[in-house]
Design a protein around this ligand. Structure first.
Ligand SMILES: [Zn+2]
Length: 313
């Protein structure tokens, strides 16, 4: 049996684990990341692999066949280059070759959302589906379009940044990308936070809005269910924006399926609000449905990295 070494590098933590060829997680260990640049990230990654090998050992006693790494930022999957984390920190690094040489196994890397869509294609809702959209709604919003069985990459591996599109919900909020009313400033974690602050004097609310930390979106959902004016407004606005985004995207790539993942959308109350706003005629060709991922959110990134390791999705 082949196993795969998978690394899920996110904004707060790095998961290192080994998976079977069926996607079963044999063992895993968690490491802290935080807000780092690429060079610091590489130190964290190699330090974590070294520690994992030393403290866990290979799960089957045999070295994994290949390694896959899911990364934040822009990634050139074909050439194994980590292009950049964000626009301020641009430092293309041949990460796959570096890790492959250091650990003596083939290494493949990809962006985290594209990795997640590969995980869906491997053992998730996307298995056997050649045309689907994976839409991640977490702190921000991004999508991976699987078209004719292939992940759409674009000229700069920057496809799928759909969080920076306007969807007919007008709040006047300016985005760092240069546009106004980008959907992730309305619907995602950062959107709920910004919209709560913008609207706190327009509506009565029991929501705690402090300078020290972002608003708690779970609390917004809970208060909205109880009729809190501000929270109801935020949920209504965000679910309208997300439904509009989904309907726009469906018109772009004609998918059979839309899979949603990420902490903000994976709440039954909020997801139902979104579904209620989808026009059945607009989404009539999405024959396999618009649904939440059934991969465990704690390990979806690791499973995605395991799919990346196989370099066949
Ligand atoms: Zn934007």
């Amino acid at each position: 049996m082949n196993t795969y070494l998978a690394l899920d590098f996110g904004g707060t933590k790095l998961l290192v684990g080994e998976l079977t060829d069926k996607g079963q997680i044999l063992s895993l260990k968690e490491y802290k990341t935080g807000y780092v640049n690429q060079l610091q990230a590489i130190e964290i990654i190699t330090g974590a692999i070294d520690d994992y090998k030393a403290t866990m050992g290979w799960a089957t006693g045999k070295k994994p066949a290949t390694m896959g790494v899911g990364l934040i930022g822009r990634v050139d999957n074909d050439n194994g280059i980590w292009c950049q984390i964000d626009s301020d920190r641009k430092l293309p690094i041949s990460l796959a070759a570096m890790l492959s040489e250091k650990y003596g196994m083939p290494c493949f890397i990809d962006n985290d959302v594209k990795s997640a869509s590969k995980g869906e294609k491997w053992i998730g809702k996307g298995a056997g589906v050649n045309n689907f959209i994976y839409l991640n709604v977490g702190t921000g919003i991004a999508a991976s379009f699987v078209v004719n069985g292939q992940v759409v990459r674009g000229g700069h591996n920057n496809s799928g940044e759909v969080g920076h599109t306007s969807v007919g919900v007008n709040t006047g909020i300016k985005c760092g990308c240069g546009r106004t009313d980008c959907v992730e400033l309305i619907t995602a974690g950062i959107g709920f936070d910004k919209q709560a602050r913008m609207n706190k004097d327009r509506f009565s609310t029991r929501l705690i809005i402090s300078e020290e930390k972002p608003v708690d979106v779970r609390e917004i959902y809970t208060l909205s269910k109880k009729g809190d004016e501000l929270c109801l407004h935020l949920v209504e606005q965000a679910s309208t924006a997300l439904a509009n985004l989904i309907m726009n995207l469906v018109r772009v790539s004609d998918p059979e399926l839309v899979v949603l993942g990420g902490g903000i959308v994976s709440d039954p109350y909020f997801f139902q609000k979104v579904q209620d706003k989808l026009n059945p005629t607009t989404v009539r060709f999405v024959t396999r449905g618009i649904m939440l991922t059934d991969l465990d959110p704690r390990y979806a990134g690791l499973i995605g990295a395991g799919a990346v390791a196989q370099n066949r999705f």
